[in-house]
Design a protein around this ligand. Sequence first.
Ligand code: ATP
Length: 295
Amino acid sequence: LLQLFIPLNFLGILYRSIKYALVDMDMLFRLLEQTPEIQNAPDAKTLLIEDASIHFDNVSFHYQPDRPILHNISFTIPQGHKVAVVGASGAGKSTLARLLFRFYDVTGGSIRINGHDIRTVSMASLRAAMGIVPQDTVLFNDSIYYNIAYANPQADEITVQNAAKIANIHDFILQLPQGYNTLVGERGLKLSGGEKQRVAIARAVLKRPKILIFDEATSSLDSKSEQTIQSALINVASQHTTLVIAHRLSTIIDANEILVMEQGHIIERGTHSILLENNSVYANLWRLQQEEQRE
Ligand code: ATP
């Protein structure tokens, strides 16, 4: 039996390594596709991040020289704070997140984390410090447990379940036919957009990044899912420095600062209550969304 066990155990290890490798390959291909030109500086250092503060200092950016996308963007996210970016489609919100993740380099100004220009640190250490909750989360054809746990293969069951609790997805999982062992993905149970985003939040919690980038899905969610995601975000954001690209203003009422963008410029900034008092672009957007919810 032992003779059988050793090769089977080896096959198990091989299977898991290939699976993790595929996840990494998938990431790698996406990065290669998007950023062939971005490379480590020859003397790139490891990002030290005791203080996960983020500074965008006069940042300008274009994908093509004849079409500027961002103009002189400056803001700071102190450690543990949450900054939200709102604005019409195409205003440049996701571009800010792509620059922070160094999918591209700024064409003017600089981005600093803990005082270090991100062009001077190694990409691996920069990206290890960040967790991204994307608009659309890819689920593997595997158990929901695996789908959360792969973010940190060393995590034990209690830690995985705690991450799910913080992300407000634990109770939902317990109601599934086989709990955490329920198969999800294309060949298993299909999850809704809101449930998938909560899985992504649980992954991010498990990765324990110092910096969290949350790219809120544009697709509309029912108000209950919206509230569950909102409170999950509040749970998570309290432990990280967070940048939220928001489409629904109700998810960012508690942000330390909200930046309102239009055609690559910040046209208004402040807390939710200050922006309402200003009674301008943000206040109009807020009223519009409140009316839509009532309909
Ligand atoms: P949305 O709310 O629709 O996600 P956004 O505010 O996040 O929009 P961005 O995705 O940052 O907007 O895009 C800003 C502008 O940059 C858009 O006009 C877009 O067409 C352009 N853009 C985005 N990605 C690229 C790219 N890879 N190459 C060229 N232009 C791009």
